[in-house]
Design a protein. Structure first.
Length: 86
């Protein structure tokens, strides 16, 4: 079950153990790019002149948006781990 997927250190992906919001955002931008991120989570800071700094400021002040970003991170990380399994 994808809820029980673990990272290379053995921590559950869904618990975000030791993963900062900056790490999450950088990972998603690297994997998906700003355009896809804006398409999946419709917030202006991803669509209009996006930057890590401005997005972090918004996400830290907006709990519902942060939750969506964290959920997307768990989904993308889980898919990545599943695709590497034999």
């Amino acid at each position: 079950m994808s809820d029980d997927l673990r990272d290379s250190t053995g921590h559950l992906i869904r618990e975000l153990h030791g993963v900062t919001l900056a790490n999450i955002l950088e990972y998603l931008v690297e994997r998906l790019g700003w355009d896809e991120l804006a398409a999946q989570i419709r917030i202006n800071c991803f669509a209009s002149n996006p930057s890590i700094k401005s997005s972090l400021t918004f996400l830290r002040r907006t709990p519902w948006a942060r939750e969506k970003v964290e959920k997307l991170y768990v989904e993308v990380r889980s898919d990545e781990i599943l695709s590497k399994q034999p």
